[in-house]
Design a protein around this ligand. Structure first.
Ligand SMILES: [Zn+2]
Length: 348
């Protein structure tokens, strides 16, 4: 075992070569286009949404190559990453193709993780993954169940992105794709309005729908990890009264969006949840240590790269600093958020 506590990144993306080659062949969105930059260099850009500014986002080896992922992890002392395919997943495919592609991508991801290196002096791998479900209209239940069985049988796939099967003990990563549509604004604000803000709002709505539908009552052992720190749900849960305040404490949130003050606030909100259990006479405030157990470090790599390849990534440095500076978290709480909570959640 390493002498320091392990750092685990639960929010880390990739596009497999198989998916990239599909995007390159497509003429409709989502697709990869090639173009020349102002400096004359050729680049590829992935365009996934209508009206996306700047011709989409650049995609290069950091989105695709495992060695690039490992280099990034080494530079930031990240020991383990739980990687997931980035949006748009398979929403754009007809059901049969989506099913076949999901099975292939899950096999690709299992190989990506299983043939990667171990954390030195341990039997723990450095890479684990979230499998992908073909969640498209017209998909059959049997196709979904077959895919869940495949993911469950893959030793290095510890969860799946979106969808919530109650079996198999898989962690479910709830991650947005569409953001807030048509909210680009009149000025060129890049991706700020529909994605930087829109993504967490999409997650807020998705998590609230899960709560209101009673899924967490029917399947209380379900482990849901919300991307982008659960969006605005912690701040808005009192507008939804009892249910959201209680069930918020049953969720897991990544620590991707927050500064120190917000992380402290969110851990208070998570910790108070049992006060809102039906029939509870408990009026005690929760403590920050209890709330911290459900918060997990993430980076959203390879999005938000630095301008120079030699620099550390600002998003990563700031996320770690935010965790380090939460008032009221003990050293053990911080180590839990940085890695220990993930090691427990994913049974690594
Ligand atoms: Zn993400």
């Amino acid at each position: 075992m390493a002498s320091r506590k392990l750092i685990v990144d639960v929010h880390s993306h990739l596009y497999s070569p198989r998916l990239v080659s599909l995007f390159r062949k497509r003429t409709n969105l989502p697709k990869i286009i090639s173009r020349f930059r102002d400096d004359g260099q050729k680049e590829e850009r992935l365009v996934i949404l209508d009206d996306e500014p700047g011709g989409g986002r650049p995609v290069g080896p950091i989105y695709i190559e495992r060695d690039e992922k490992l280099k990034f992890m080494k530079k930031h002392d990240i020991d383990i990453s739980i990687v997931s395919t980035a949006n748009p997943w398979l929403d754009f495919l007809p059901a049969k193709e989506a099913h076949e592609m999901a099975l292939q991508l899950n096999d690709d991801l299992e190989e990506y993780c299983s043939t990667g290196p171990n954390v030195p002096n341990t039997s723990i791998r450095q890479l684990y993954g979230f499998g992908l479900l073909p969640l498209v209209p017209e998909i059959t239940t049997e196709s979904l169940l077959e895919t869940v069985r495949q993911i469950s049988a893959s030793a290095h796939l510890k969860g799946l992105s979106n969808g919530y099967p109650r079996t198999a003990g898989l962690v479910v990563f709830i991650h947005p794709h569409y953001g807030v549509g048509k909210a680009w604004g009149e000025k060129d604000n890049g991706h700020v309005l529909p994605l930087a803000l829109g993504f967490p709002f999409e997650t807020t709505v998705a998590a609230t729908r899960i709560i209101l539908s009673g899924v967490l009552d029917r399947f209380p052992s379900l482990r849901l990890l919300l991307a982008h720190s659960g969006g605005a749900l912690p701040q808005l849960s009192s507008r939804l009264k009892h249910d959201a305040r209680f069930y918020l404490g049953k969720l897991y949130l990544d620590a991707v969006c927050y500064g120190s003050e917000e992380l402290g606030f969110v851990s208070d909100v998570l910790a108070r949840s049992n006060r809102y259990e039906t029939g509870s006479k408990n009026v005690a405030l929760g403590d920050r240590t209890t709330g911290s157990k459900r918060i997990l470090f993430g980076t959203d790599h390879p999005f938000f790269p630095p301008l120079s390849s030699s620099e550390k990534w600002k998003s990563v440095v700031e996320n770690l600093e935010a965790i380090e500076n939460v008032h009221g978290w003990t050293e053990a709480d911080k180590e839990g958020v940085k890695g220990g909570n993930a090691i427990s959640l994913f049974n690594l």
